[in-house]
Design a protein around this ligand. Structure first.
Ligand code: A3P
Length: 352
């Protein structure tokens, strides 16, 4: 397994040590939240899980009972936002790994040389933590306060699950979504790898039915997309709405838009020197999959959830669903998408 070389202030082993001390000091503050978590686990609606036995529905979305639900409660009750925080929000399998790499490389482009970049020996998930799962599981909430500004967090949570103090603080959200048929296939492959052997395999047909009903980790897919879409229309300076397919087709244009949104626009000089292209090359599917860390490394989201880095990369294509879904499945999913997005002005798979 390759070692992380991401500097401490970004994502930090030393913060972990300081944090364990803070955890003891602040433990009682969390007890009420942990108690609420225990109570909710008993009463929330349940449905079949993709990589856990079941999921729980909280505030309209399906979450894993342990890490994710607890993470949301900690976020809603204890998180102290900073106006400079940037959240990279995605529904799982919409390109989170790629977005993490692009944002990390863009935000920290003045700190590293491309020939000796942390992304060459740290997987993208080792560069930017997931707010609701990773940081709360491994570190107490106070540790987040030890990270240097501007803090970068990834999240799979819907916009309205963030507490008012985050929404009103000036924090920014970059939302990346993807065509749902490709999301379904990508998610089914990924979850099958993580599904414990004790549980019976989840067939594509079953996964399809669950997905259509909105039941999958962080689902319903459409509802999450819509809350970010509406937020991006209401507050375009705070929520940037991007599509995987657009990023695939016109990467430099969208990377420049992303950098500008984050308050770090590329200068003319940088553009002339080819910095945009360097970042795109560094973060490309081809480059990332060729790196040893992404071939043999692992990422520990929690003691129970350990993912081989190579599983974050599969085909990276648009339209792979065509090799998996029947005509009837395609039509059903398209119909749901059309109905859900009706009147919103949003289409997926193409430019808006
Ligand atoms: P496929 O399974 O369709 O290949 P996430 O990062 O949200 O888990 O999404 C994973 C999807 O993004 C996978 O899609 C994966 O192959 C694709 N992906 C990962 N890194 C990528 C990159 N650098 N460029 C384009 N796509 C990428």
């Amino acid at each position: 397994m390759a070692n992380s070389t991401v500097p401490e202030q970004f994502y930090t082993p030393s913060a972990k040590n300081i944090g364990s001390q803070k955890r003891e000091e602040g433990e009682e503050n969390y007890e009420e939240t942990y108690q609420k978590h225990r109570e909710l686990m008993l009463i929330l609606p349940k449905a079949k899980g993709w990589m856990t036995e079941y999921l729980l529905q909280y505030q309209g979305f399906w979450l894993k009972p342990m890490d994710e639900l607890k993470g949301v409660l900690l976020l809603q009750n204890h998180f102290k936002p900073r106006p400079s925080d940037i959240f990279l929000a995605t529904f799982p399998k919409c390109g989170t790994t790629w977005l993490k790499a692009l944002v990390f490389a863009t935000m920290h482009r003045f700190s590293f040389d491309f020939s000796n970049h942390p992304l060459l020996n740290t997987g993208p998930h080792g560069c930017i933590p997931f707010l609701e799962v990773h940081i709360y599981k491994d570190y107490p909430v106070t540790n987040v306060e030890l990270l240097a500004s501007p803090r970068l967090f990834a999240t799979h949570l819907a916009y309205h699950m963030f507490p008012e103090n985050v929404i009103s603080s000036g924090c920014k959200f970059v939302y990346l979504c993807r065509e749902p048929k490709d999301v379904l296939i990508s998610k089914w492959y990924f979850m099958a790898k993580l599904r414990p052997k004790e549980l019976p395999p989840l067939s594509l047909r079953e996964a399809f039915e669950l997905f259509c009903e909105g039941v999958s980790d962080y689902g319903p897919f459409w509802d999450q997309v819509l809350v970010y879409w509406k937020a991006s229309l209401e507050s375009p300076d705070k929520v940037l709405f991007l599509k995987y397919e657009d990023l695939r087709r016109e990467p430099s244009m969208f990377l420049k838009r992303l950098a500008e949104f984050m308050g770090q626009p590329f200068s003319l000089e940088e553009e002339e020197k080819g910095v945009v292209q360097e970042i795109l090359k560094l973060c490309s599917f081809e480059n990332l999959t060729s790196l040893e860390v992404n071939k043999t490394g692992v990422h520990r989201f929690s003691p129970e959830i350990v993912v081989n880095n190579r599983d974050f990369f599969r085909k990276g294509q648009i339209g792979d669903w065509e090799s998996h879904l029947t005509v009837e499945m395609k039509e059903k999913l398209d119909r749901i998408t059309e109905q859900k997005f009706m009147g919103s002005g949003l289409t997926l798979g193409t430019s808006s």
